[in-house]
Ligand binder design. Structure first.
Ligand SMILES: Nc1ncnc2c1ncn2[C@@H]1O[C@H](COP(=O)(O)OP(=O)(O)OP(=O)(O)O)[C@@H](O)[C@H]1O
Ligand SMILES: [Mg+2]
Length: 254
């Protein structure tokens, strides 16, 4: 069974066609990176997969459940989300909970886990992301990087079967970035989770995932091995990854 199948998925906002007939498959345990210019629809794609938005056309099947209309009525999205770990680009932390409360949330949702075990797992995750000592801080008291790391702790604490990471290290310093990527890679090794990760840090992303897909003008125009992404056969991808100004790519520089 696939972790994820998108079939002919289209998403519009007003007249803007953000995702144009996208088909994509992710095998169980596979790790795929998604890159593309700003506003190309990477976050929208992750939100569709998390069931937070509905596409205008096409079907999306996540861990065996079809979450698009009309099937979505038969699926308990709440139950499905317990099997998914998601880090949002804009954090989406709960303002009414402190750091520890946010990280404990996915474990509490699971039900049946003793409070002492939850506390222990939350503490271990917070140590792993360098937030030990910040347990009782409220979201409003956190820096951008602390919010990001709280989001990472929350997304990874419950050993989800499928993890979706949207810019896991944007705004973090280089050493913290490396630590976070090491943590995400170690988690994936341990749990065998399927990974779909969006990142502008292509070099770091390429160490976490096996393949990288390039989203451009609403389409996945390229999908290939992560380790050789700088030498991808598609000149658009090469230009984007190398950050070159001259070439066929126009979207990235407006
Ligand atoms: N809820 C919404 N309502 C209207 N337009 C939206 C909404 N969400 C996203 N969009 C539009 O969809 C397009 C894609 O947005 P998205 O956030 O997916 O980009 P992205 O590829 O993640 O970009 P970035 O790299 O800057 O994070 C943008 O033009 C954005 O304005
Ligand atoms: Mg985004």
């Amino acid at each position: 069974m696939s972790a994820l199948v998108l079939t002919h998925v289209t998403k519009r906002y007003g007249t803007r066609l953000v995702l144009d007939d996208i088909s994509l498959e992710l095998a169980r345990g596979a790790r795929l990176g998604l890159i593309g210019p700003a506003a190309s629809g990477k976050s929208v794609l992750l939100k569709l997969v998390a069931g937070l938005e509905q596409p205008d056309a096409g079907t999306i099947t996540v861990l065996g459940d079809t979450i698009t209309r009309p099937h979505v009525r038969e699926v308990d999205l709440g139950e499905l989300r317990k099997r998914i770990g998601m880090l949002f680009q804009s954090y989406a932390l709960f303002d009414f909970l402190d750091v520890a409360g946010n990280v404990a949330f996915p474990l509490e949702q699971r039900g049946g886990i003793p409070a002492a075990e939850i506390a222990e797992r939350v503490a271990a995750r917070l140590r792993a992301v360098g937030l030990a000592g910040s347990e009782r801080k409220l979201v409003g008291e956190l820096s951008g990087g602390m919010k990001k790391r709280t989001g990472i702790a929350r997304a990874t604490v419950a050993d989800a079967e499928l993890v979706l990471y949207d810019e896991p290290t944007a705004g973090l310093d280089p050493v913290t970035t490396q630590k976070i990527y090491d943590l995400l890679a170690a988690d994936q090794q341990r749990t065998g989770a399927s990974v779909l990760a969006v990142s502008s840090d292509v070099a770091a992303l390429a160490e976490l995932v096996d393949e990288i897909a390039f989203l451009y003008r609403g389409k996945i125009v390229y999908r290939g091995p992560a380790r050789s992404i700088r030498d991808a056969p598609d000149p658009l991808v090469r230009q984007f990854v190398r950050g070159e100004l001259d070439g066929p790519l126009t979207e990235a520089i407006g």
